[in-house]
Design a protein around this ligand. Sequence first.
Ligand code: PLP
Length: 394
Amino acid sequence: DVQLSDRVNSIKPSPTLAVTNRAAELRAAGKDIIGLGAGEPDFDTPEHIKDAAIHALDNGFTKYTAVDGTPGLKKAIINKFKTENGLDYEANQILVSCGGKQSFFNLSLALLNPGDEVIIPAPYWVSYPDMVLVADGKPVIVTTTQAQRFKMTPAQLEEAITHKTRLVVLNSPSNPTGVAYSLEELAALGEVLKKFPNILIATDDMYEHIRFNDLPFCNILNACPELYDRTIVLNGVSKAYSMTGWRIGYAAGPAKLIGAMKKVQSQSTSNPTSISQVAAQAALEGGNECVEKMVVAFKERHEFVVAALNEIDGVDCIPADGTFYAFPSFQQLIDNDPRFEDDIALAEFLLNEAGVALVPGSAFGAPGNMRLSFATGLSVLEDALSRIKKALQS
Ligand code: PLP
């Protein structure tokens, strides 16, 4: 029997991928399953982006690139930050990685010593705590409630800070809640962070472009520019441009930290795929019309899903500000229905009895809720919601 490391034993496989796989298994076994677990847009990657990749391939752009990304892509990223976010970066402050996932992984390995604490508001993206654990850090989970729209308050943040706090993670709009912080709320969190100059801040802006109101996007640096020297901005093309399989994410921040993350990456994957980098550059330089089209569809589905969920007895879903997730509370239903001990039992029931795959909220540090991804067509969503309602009320 192989003895595994304590490190790997301390983490679990991604639960969202597990749900997707379980749905695929049941489907392969002939069951009629609607998968609402996946965290990726259902649209094809836009044509002009694919064309750029085909062109790169035809022209032999198939070799190693610079570890931190091609000069062309880095320039496009610098330009994106300047024009879309009002943020200035030099080339040595940018690192391109194999997806947003690797960006955060690099950050954890480059920043954390054993026992260093990382403040993660819950509900959180499933991978943050485990990536902190892999780096021997300690996730410090700050629980937020649906009543506070799943947003960490300045008082909660301050209470969670200790002399060991090294990093605070913000993700807005959030996976899984879809909720976004306002500029004022970020400014208030910034006021707390200003008092603790040794703490770094990671702002994960992966869902920047998938928002349902007309307010401009904002992150902590827009609210609090004084934090520039200790904030790392994480973003990528996966969600905005429907490019999850291409594996391109990027980070911007203090040159020293970015350099350290680059060193980690140079000893693991080296550069992200050369062809994908060309595609990502085309995405960033090609305008956001293609994104806006997808957002129109997400917005329509969001309205349908939230209304349909709220029609089910014992279910309470707040509207999101963006992303392609709804995060309804099933707590009242779980409390009142002896069939369900918890959200995991409920997810299992819905998969078996309704043929609908959702991710239990406990995967995101929020038992009692469920994540429903509406990155799928409206008619499928209508079918899924009526199946859920029927199974629960049977
Ligand atoms: N950050 C958040 C909040 C996410 O939801 C995801 C994907 O699920 C990522 C980062 C990573 O995206 P990728 O590694 O696919 O670029």
